[in-house]
Design a protein around this ligand. Structure first.
Ligand code: GRF
Length: 220
């Protein structure tokens, strides 16, 4: 994927809750050399903590409550219009808990980036940490990927591994994985915004800098 090097990539964020992945993104944006900026945060849940985080960073926020729309398409039409009004180049969905329709995803080819807190393709969907613990894996982690019509699937941009401890419960594993997410997510956005990623046969080819994607959990 190539992107204009003469301006920052404009990002629209869709979220449903805490927006936990956003603080390091907002932090990175303070550097004038950062190749991207979040220009709007949209929540489908009124009062989401992620909106407060965005407001505190001076980013416009909008609530588009899915409950006010009978059809998913009508809800997505309003999201689409909002993204277009903000001249968004790239959509990110950190913690967005609504399934996007194929037709919405088709409007943003290679332009929607999701983060999921497991090593995909293992444990997509809901309760990912519980799935990982119940499966007995010793290593879990997180995945940043381009979105395609299947849930939690699509060309992988970056992954980071995190150990699973014998006494883990979903909350303790989630907290450990989050430490890796916070490192990985902005790095992936940077590589995308700098046009250093191409997709071939469902796989990404990344012109990575040495060590760029080496993310280590403190506990590894
Ligand atoms: C993160 O683990 C992310 O990978 C997943 O949702 C979690 C963040 O949720 N998609 P929230 O933004 O804190 O509600």
């Amino acid at each position: 994927m190539s992107f204009a090097p003469d301006r920052r990539m404009r990002i629209g964020a869709l979220l449903s809750g805490g927006g936990s992945n956003l603080p390091p993104v907002f932090e990175a944006m303070k550097d004038p050399a950062c190749p991207y900026e979040v220009v709007v945060c949209i929540s489908n849940r009124p009062g989401a903590l992620g909106l407060d985080r965005a407001k505190a960073a001076g980013i416009p926020t909008i609530t588009i409550d899915h409950k006010e729309y009978e059809r998913r398409e009508a809800f997505e039409d309003v999201i689409q219009k909002t993204l277009e009004d903000h001249a968004v180049d790239l959509v990110i969905t950190p913690g967005f808990m609504r399934i996007l329709t194929n037709s919405f995803i088709a409007k943003w080819p290679e332009r929607i980036i999701n983060i999921h807190p497991t090593l995909l393709p293992s444990f997509p969907g809901l309760k990912p940490h519980q799935q990982a613990i119940e499966a007995g894996v010793k290593i879990s982690g997180c995945t940043v990927h381009f979105a395609v019509p299947d849930v939690d699937a699509g060309p992988i941009i970056g992954q980071a591994a995190v150990p699973v401890h014998d006494d883990d419960i979903p909350e303790t594993l989630a907290a450990r994985v989050m430490q890796a997410e916070l490192q990985l997510f902005p790095r992936c956005l940077q590589a995308v915004a700098e046009g250093r990623i191409t997709i071939k046969n469902g796989r990404t080819l990344i012109d990575a800098r040495p060590g760029e994607f080496e993310v280590f959990s403190p506990a590894l």
